[in-house]
Write a protein that binds this ligand. Structure first.
Ligand SMILES: [Zn+2]
Length: 171
C-alpha cells in the first residue's frame, strides 16, 4: 500500500462551482466553442472546439489540431489550455467543450483545478464524466444536436481519423 497516507488529488484542490453561469451565458460561450470546432473543420481537422472563461470573459480558445499539428495530444481542451498559458489558479474558470472531455482532457481539468466543465454533448464518446465528478468537478452536459451531428458527420466520413483520436485501432 505505497499510497497509504498520501492526500488524494480530489482533496488537494477545493473546487467551488458557485460561479456557475446562467443559461444565456452558457449558450453564448458554447456558441464560441462551436465556432472553434468549425474553424478546425475548415482546416481539415476534427471538429471539436473549446473555450476557457473567467469572470464572463474568454481567456483562451482552441480546437482539436491533432491532424494539423501531427500531435496526438492536441485535443481542443488542451489546445485551449495552452492558449491560456500559465494561470496562478483556475478556480474561477469554466471550461467549455463541444464534446465531453476524454480521459486526457478530463485529467488536465482535474489536475489544474478547473471547477466547472460544460460539454456540448456526450453521445459520441464514452467519456470521463464520472471520473471528473468523483474529483469534485461540476459537469454539465447540454446534449446539443448541433454538436453531436457535426462530429457524427465527421466520424462517419473519416472513421480512421476519428478512431485514432480516441485511441481505438480499427481492424
Ligand atoms: Zn481530449
Amino acid at each position: 500500500m505505497p499510497d497509504k497516507g498520501k492526500t488524494p488529488q480530489k482533496d488537494l484542490i477545493k473546487r467551488d462551482a458557485s460561479h456557475m453561469p446562467g443559461a444565456d451565458e452558457i449558450k453564448s460561450f458554447m456558441d464560441e466553442a462551436i465556432r472553434e470546432a468549425y474553424n478546425g473543420l475548415e482546416e481539415g481537422g476534427i471538429p471539436i472546439g473549446s473555450v476557457l472563461v473567467r469572470k464572463g470573459k474568454i481567456i483562451g480558445r482552441g480546437h482539436n489540431r491533432r491532424i494539423q499539428f501531427g500531435d496526438p495530444t492536441a485535443h481542443a481542451e488542451i489546445d485551449c489550455l495552452r492558449a491560456v498559458g500559465r494561470l496562478r489558479s483556475f478556480k474561477d474558470t469554466v471550461l467549455y467543450s463541444t464534446l465531453m472531455p476524454c480521459a486526457m482532457c478530463a485529467g488536465a481539468s482535474i489536475q489544474f483545478g478547473v471547477p466547472i466543465v460544460i460539454a456540448g454533448e456526450n453521445r459520441t464518446f464514452a467519456s470521463s464524466r464520472h471520473w471528473m465528478e468523483e474529483n469534485g468537478l461540476t459537469v454539465v452536459d447540454l446534449d446539443l444536436d448541433e454538436c453531436f451531428e457535426m462530429l457524427k458527420k465527421f466520424a462517419d466520413e473519416h472513421p480512421s481519423l476519428w478512431n485514432e483520436d480516441i485511441g481505438v485501432e480499427l481492424d
